[in-house]
Design a protein around this ligand. Structure first.
Ligand code: K7E
Ligand code: CUA
Length: 659
């Protein structure tokens, strides 16, 4: 028995060391492969626009970043789950509620996946969604303002990795748990009771088609193993979802070895239309849960956080026709559906080939009950019965697949550091190019949709070694753009990225740029402390709270002299930017503040809290270089001792005589 186990471990180690050896296949020196006119194809002349927006996740920085394609130029860092002192996100009173959770305020997360909203399977340019991998949450970004507008916490989840993935018309976003955990009333259990007590869960988040608001419609309670990635069906497979599952061994320690025992794990096929029916029939179980729902409202330029109390659960083992398992070799990671919706690609990280499943065959196998057995009562479809075919010798360590508009697939190979192009129908490998190095996700514009825009594939790499000037032990993260318009993929650009780029989607600029908000209209500003015009500027004491309604316009703040604040006060600077011109933000910061700055967009009001910690005169100023007289855009706050009788007064431009 023991010997058997040791043999198994040894066998696994041999496999793993093989992988380490395979890694040495990758090119050793930086190679300049951009030849001929290749590099000019990424060149966007000064003053010209890029053709695509690339919305790239930032991994452990908890943000998204916006780049232009094909230039690779960085346009914006878009804070989502992490505080961002540069804009005051998570520091201003208005944005703090966005980062509220059932655990309280959390300033950071790990953002892996982007999903851009679609209608009829095609990009519509409305919203971008992202996942918080650590403290399970999903976020929605409004593509008109490029701001995080909503964050929904996901209860009953042990790490939100297979998330967010959306259905054809953005009806639902799914959020699947990476780790299984005990749920319900009895959570204090031995870790070794994994098999009995640990469960998975997949949340179906309903998206309101009008305003994008997210609510958990229901959760599927699933067998205890790890749920890695997912894609919705489309076209003929609309109504289904596919998830890659690993650790079907149900190991709970040294997963590296113990979760790689079996020859095959599963792709889990979910008939969500069926689940929807059961929910409509009232078959879901309402369970207590606690999760935050945070919404930013641009009318008041403020967020609110509400704690939700319930979630409706369907245990899939109690319903015969919601979930089916399809065997998939060796710890599948990516699980991608081609643009036609017929083919589902499983990427076993440790497998030497890639299975492509057929939706038609899966349906037939279900109709014929063509099963090889069951797992926790859930039917396991015969591998051969679901299989369209295998891509033979695609490369080593297949992770993720995207598609072009010509019936081709592009798969990232982590171990052999390359992108492999193959034909979805014939499964024939057509081309391969090296990536520098260890590619994770890749992105073809429109690649996960029914209508890919094609033209480029962008590689998001895990290792940058020797591609850029060294910057100490930590190097920049990197991405690479390949032209895929011809038969052969051709590298045209390396570009550095911020954070760790996990996944990205690229969307034609024409679907987004025309809708971009330029200013917020002052007359629509319903912020309770807004000063719409300098005449409304004021300072009001409310106990130990002092509310300053201040205006900013080139190049002064009103008021710029404030007296009567005392030690022990909390001062709230509510800054309204009176500008109604595009691209004229004003910033605000005050000396010694244990807080960040805030950046205030034209027509908007934002609030910075300040607690004085010493008596004296404290300067404040505009932080964004807004005009030739930006340096003059400043003022003073006088802080008097606690209990002093200094009268509250404020002014701008008033010269007082001192007697
Ligand atoms: Cu492959 Cu978290 Cu999508 Cu990264 S995951 S690579
Ligand atoms: Cu306003 Cu600088």
């Amino acid at each position: 028995m023991k010997n058997k186990l040791i043999n198994r471990i040894l066998a696994t180690l041999v496999i793993l060391s093989g992988i380490v050896l395979w890694q040495s296949c990758k090119p050793k020196a930086p190679t300049s492969v951009a030849m001929g006119d290749a590099a000019t194809r990424s060149f966007v002349p000064p003053g010209k626009y890029d053709e695509f927006y690339n919305i790239v996740s930032g991994g452990f920085n908890g943000q998204m970043a916006v780049y232009g394609i094909p230039s690779g130029r960085l346009f914006k860092i878009l804070p989502v789950f992490s505080v961002f002192p540069e804009s005051g996100y998570g520091y201003s009173e208005e944005t703090k509620p966005m980062l509220n959770t059932s655990h309280g305020f959390i300033p950071w997360d790990d953002l892996h996946h982007i999903a851009l909203s679609t209608t009829k399977g095609e990009h519509d340019g409305r919203w971008a969604f992202g996942n918080a991998n650590n403290t399970p949450r999903v976020a929605r970004i409004n593509m008109k303002t490029f701001r995080t507008e909503e964050i929904l916490e996901i209860p009953n989840s042990g790490g939100n990795h297979s998330s967010p993935f959306i259905t054809e018309n953005t009806e639902y976003l799914v959020a699947g748990t990476r780790f299984s955990i005990p749920m319900g009333n009895n959570k204090d259990v031995p870790i070794s009771s994994y098999k009995e007590n640990f469960k998975g869960s997949i949340s179906f988040v309903k998206i309101d088609p009008k305003d994008g608001h997210m609510n958990i419609a229901f959760q599927l309670r699933t067998p205890g193993f790890n749920y890695d990635l997912s894609r919705a069906g489309k076209g003929p497979s609309h109504g289904w979802f596919f998830f890659s599952c690993y650790n079907t061994e149900q190991a709970y320690t040294l997963l590296e070895v113990n979760a790689s025992q079996k020859d095959k794990d599963f792709i889990m096929a979910v008939n969500w239309k069926k689940a929807e029916e059961y929910i409509a029939q009232g078959k879901g179980r309402v369970e207590k849960a606690k999760y935050a729902h945070n919404i930013y409202n641009e009318e008041v330029h403020s967020a609110t956080s509400t704690m939700q109390q319930e979630v409706t659960v369907l245990d899939v083992t109690e319903f015969p026709d919601i979930v089916y398992f399809i065997p998939c070799p060796k710890s599948p990671h990516g699980c991608d559906v081609d643009p036609t919706g017929e083919y589902i690609v499983g990427s076993g990280k440790l497998a030497a080939m890639m299975p492509v499943f057929s939706f038609t065959k899966i349906q037939k196998a279900i109709a014929d009950k063509d099963y090889e057995g069951d797992f926790n009562g859930i039917p396991v479809i015969k591998y051969e019965s679901a299989l369209h075919g295998e891509v033979k010798k695609p490369g080593l360590g297949p992770l993720h697949t995207e598609f072009d508009e010509k019936g081709n697939a592009y798969t990232s190979m982590f171990v052999s550091s390359e992108i492999v192009k193959w034909n979805v129908k014939t499964l024939e490998v057509l081309d391969r190019v090296p990536t520098y190095y260890s590619i994770g996700h890749l992105s073809v514009p429109g690649g996960p949709t029914s209508k890919p825009h094609g033209k480029y594939v962008i590689a998001y790499n895990k290792i940058t070694k020797d591609r850029f000037l060294p910057t100490g032990p930590e190097l920049t993260q990197s991405a690479q753009i390949y032209d895929i318009s011809g038969d052969k993929m051709q590298l045209i650009l390396d570009f550095p990225t911020t954070g760790e780029p996990h996944y990205a989607e690229a969307i034609p600029a024409s679907l987004v740029a025309p809708n971009s908000v330029k200013i917020f209209k002052l007359e629509d500003n319903k912020h309770p402390y807004a000063a719409i015009g300098e005449g409304q500027a004021k300072v009001v004491r409310d106990g130990n709270k002092v509310h300053v309604s201040m205006t900013a316009i080139r190049s002064h703040l009103t008021p710029d002299n404030i007296e009567g604040v005392r030690m022990g006060d909390e001062v709230y600077f509510h800054i309204t930017n009176l500008e109604q011109d595009w691209d004229v933000p004003h910033g605000f910061a005050i000396k010694g503040n244990a807080n960040a700055e805030i950046l205030v967009m034209p027509g908007e009001t934002q609030t910075l809290k300040f607690i004085p910690d010493e008596v004296g005169i404290v300067p404040f100023y505009c932080t964004d270089f807004c005009s030739a007289l930006h340096q003059e855009m400043s003022g003073y706050l006088r802080v008097s001792p606690a209990g002093s009788k200094t009268p509250l007064k404020f002014s701008t431009g008033k010269i007082e005589e001192v007697n």
